[in-house]
Design a protein around this ligand. Structure first.
Ligand code: TXA
Ligand code: MG
Length: 338
């Protein structure tokens, strides 16, 4: 199958909508990361998502909708605060996990009693769902385990020849996957941190959601798998800019393999670019910016063929918590505090 790369203009979106209606797979931009979409009502098409991504069958998908009535059509017993939350945040980078109606088929939900739903704000994504006239199941459009794609080129790298079309809408604004919040229990619980932070949720509903204990059994099936992993072995170094750069230089200096360094504005001048492949993630105090750059940087290290990556950590608060969640997963737990 040849993959068409199309601009995300009206005719491109119409073509992708036609492909989805006919049971094909279309990758499209959202404000978070690129998604790989199929008609949620078509079991065979949804099955193809799992095949091309190499996704474990017990990992459920997010249903993408363009109208709130589609949320209430699939869910039941949603608490009052849920309505307040989605009316404040949707369309936007928030996924809500709620009890599903029995009428919702099991093929996108991995047999769970719940379903994950989000209404994206990206114009192309919104139009695609509208033109396809069906909700769309869409995981991130990467091969399972790889960093999520934040550009059409990243999708091509992973899925060229395996899917029907990619709509190129340029780089994604957030660059990190949506915040996933579970509203099916007594208290709301953040299953995956993202651009919508616990403080923002507090501001909308008047109380704080619980967060997943880092050592607990994850409630979100996808969180237990290795994730966002570049091919090189990544280590996160947490500490002040000066201390982090000093330790990275010390370790890189005795390393015989090819070293990549994920630096920040605060440290970029502290590394020898003639010896190491150094990328600047941006200003440490701007977690949104670092988040937007992160996945592209991880892929760039792979393109360059480095063997070892040292990445500076940033403050674990606000959107920085989402950045650190992804970095720690990419590092498979290799985190050093200095
Ligand atoms: O920003 C995003 O959310 C992107 C764009 C394309 O919308 N999508 C995305 O999908 O990141 P995916 O499949 O890569 O991640 C979905 C996460 C997984 O960790 C999955 O386990 C979890 O959501 N999830 C889906 N349904 C769930 C459910 N019923 N209960 C708990 N977790 C669920
Ligand atoms: Mg994913």
């Amino acid at each position: 199958m040849k993959t068409a790369l199309r601009a995300a203009d009206r005719s491109g979106v119409l073509e992708a909508a036609r492909i989805i209606r006919n049971g094909g797979l279309a990758a499209f931009p959202t404000e978070t990361v690129y998604g790989l979409g199929a008609d949620a009502a078509n079991e065979t098409a949804v099955g193809k998502i799992y095949t091309v991504k190499g996704r474990p069958p017990d990992n459920p998908l997010i249903l993408h909708i363009c109208d709130v009535s589609q949320f209430y059509g699939c869910t039941e017993q949603t608490p009052d605060y849920c309505g307040a939350l989605i009316s404040a945040v949707w369309p936007g980078p928030l996924t809500v996990v709620a009890l599903k109606k029995n009428s919702v088929p099991a093929w996108g939900t991995a047999g769970l009693p719940t379903i994950a739903i989000r209404m994206p704000s990206n114009e192309t994504a919104r139009l695609l769902i509208e033109y396809a006239q069906t909700p769309i199941y869409a995981p991130s459009a990467n091969v399972s385990g790889r960093p999520s794609p934040t550009s059409a080129r990243h999708v091509l790298q992973d899925l060229d020849g395996k899917i029907d079309i990619i709509l190129d809408g340029g780089p994604c604004a957030c660059g990190l996957e949506s915040t996933v919040i579970d509203v099916s229990g007594d208290l709301p619980r953040v299953l995956r941190p993202g651009f919508i932070t616990a403080d923002m949720i507090y501001a909308k509903i008047g109380f704080y959601p619980e967060t997943e204990h880092p050592l607990g059994k994850p409630k979100s099936p996808g969180m237990k798998y290795a994730h966002y992993a570049p091919k090189a072995e990544l280590t996160v170094i947490n500490g002040s800019p000066e201390r982090a750069a000093a330790l990275i230089n010390e370790r890189a200096g005795v390393e015989e393999k090819r070293v990549g360094i994920l630096a920040t504005d605060q440290t970029i001048d502290m590394y020898d670019k003639s010896k190491y492949f150094v990328l600047n993630a941006g200003d440490r105090s701007n977690a949104e910016l670092i988040g937007a750059n992160l996945f592209a940087a991880l892929r760039a290290f792979d393109d360059k063929g480095v063997d070892i990556i040292y990445a500076e950590g940033i403050a674990d608060a606000g959107v920085g918590s989402a950045v650190m969640d992804r970095l720690k997963k990419a590092a498979g737990g290799r985190v050093i505090e200095v």
